[in-house]
Design a protein around this ligand. Structure first.
Ligand SMILES: [Zn+2]
Ligand SMILES: [Zn+2]
Length: 396
């Protein structure tokens, strides 16, 4: 059957599932769960897949809240990723309820035509994108072995071809000083809050002299217990980001020295823990994006691009996957352009009618892209060739 006819069938399948997908999106949104604790979303999505006749592996790859569902008998495996973790304090302010249900919807729509198209689709439930690196752990355990291409969509304030991604590593720091009465014996104390604050200020000074496309930002997670006790223990968490892994390796020691200098000035000990996994930058596969771009336009969403187009800067564990298999991570509009992801306001848009439309449009555009890879002559070969070319290109 022609790709166009198969795509029409896939789109019709998303329309049939529309109420189920939107309801699932709302239920996940109303029940935000942090990374690796997404038990409600895991149960809801796997049950939805099973109800639609797709075999599911729950708790896939040794992770409690990961899943995998594969449909189709043979032919190339195309992966659609589904994320469903939320953020502390602001809930689904990254709109992963939309990623979850658009991914499952795309997978089910592709599954409906997989046999006719001669392909397989893997719907991969990937926990803990917000720092936990679920995709990296799953990839290490083989989840993306044999996958020919992978895709997901991410909610945003515009329809965009990609996120401007930065490689990132987290740095968790503990400070140890000496407690004392802050009025009676201040000279006996070594102030671990001073150590943390001086390090913070050092990083602020460093920012003038890092690349304009790098980002360093931190919070204090412990800052003392009571004002009349010199704090003897404090802790901070830092995110260090650079456009690629090579840049990150140059930036990391500079940040670390800023923090160590703060500890030295305050006479405190500091322990630093560079957290795993590192998130790599994301390499968008050009031919795969071109397919998605056409399919996104077909559902009424022209991707913005060129000078003056808005951009979203961030990091994602999909970056690591993009170095393994040809990948795309386009952004889909959910909110007006002036709204930031990770804000309370964005969380409201993620369950608004605009968010619901993104679930269905995203599912359709991805399902059609999967069908293109299966059924359009030469499409997958072009995607593979671009991936190989990017792998062998010299480091930036
Ligand atoms: Zn986020
Ligand atoms: Zn996100």
């Amino acid at each position: 059957m022609e790709a166009a006819a198969l795509k029409a069938q896939a789109v019709a399948q998303v329309d049939r599932l529309a109420d189920l997908l939107v309801e699932a999106s709302h239920r996940i949104h109303a029940h935000p769960e942090l990374g690796y604790e997404e038990h409600f979303a895991h149960e809801l999505l796997t049950a939805l897949l099973e109800d639609q006749g797709v075999a599911v592996t729950r708790h896939a790859y040794g992770l409690d809240t990961a899943f995998e569902a594969i449909a189709g008998e043979d032919g190339p495996v195309i992966a659609v990723c589904s994320e469903y973790d939320a953020l502390p304090g602001v809930g689904h302010a990254c709109g992963h309820n939309i990623i979850a249900t658009a991914g499952v919807g795309a997978g089910l729509a592709a599954a409906a035509v997989a046999a006719q198209a001669g392909g397989r689709v893997a719907i991969i439930g990937t926990p803990a994108e917000e720092g936990g690196g679920g995709k990296v752990r799953m990839a290490d355990r083989g989840a993306f072995d044999g996958v020919a291409a992978a895709m997901m969509i991410h909610p945003a304030n515009a329809d965009l071809p990609e996120m401007r991604t930065l490689a990132i590593q987290q740095l968790w720091v503990d400070y140890h000083g000496e407690a004392a009465h802050a009025a009676a014996f201040p000279h006996k104390g070594r102030n671990a809050l001073d150590a943390a604050v001086l390090g913070y200020v050092n990083v602020a000074a460093l920012r003038q002299h890092i690349r304009p496309d790098e980002r360093v930002h931190g919070i204090f997670t412990e800052a003392g217990d009571q004002a009349n006790i010199v704090p003897d223990r404090t802790a901070a968490r830092w995110y260090v980001r650079s456009p690629d892994l090579a840049g990150l390796e140059l930036l990391k020691p500079r940040v670390l020295r800023c923090l160590e200098a703060g500890a030295a000035a305050a006479g405190c000990e500091m322990t630093a823990d560079w957290r795993q996994p590192v998130y790599a930058d994301l390499v968008t596969n050009g031919p795969l994006l071109d397919l998605y771009r056409q399919n996104s336009a077909a559902v009424g969403r022209e991707l913005a691009g060129g000078a003056g187009a808005p951009e979203v800067v961030g990091s994602t564990d999909m970056g690591n996957i993009s170095h393994l298999v040809p990948s795309i991570h386009p952004m889909i509009q959910v909110s007006p352009p002036d709204v930031s992801i990770h804000s309370h306001e964005f969380a409201r848009w993620a369950a608004a009618p605009e968010g619901d439309r993104a679930v269905l449009d995203g599912a359709k555009a991805m399902a059609m892209t999967v069908v293109d890879l299966w059924a359009r002559p030469g499409a997958l070969a072009g995607v593979r060739a671009a991936h190989e070319a990017a792998r062998t290109a010299p480091e930036r």
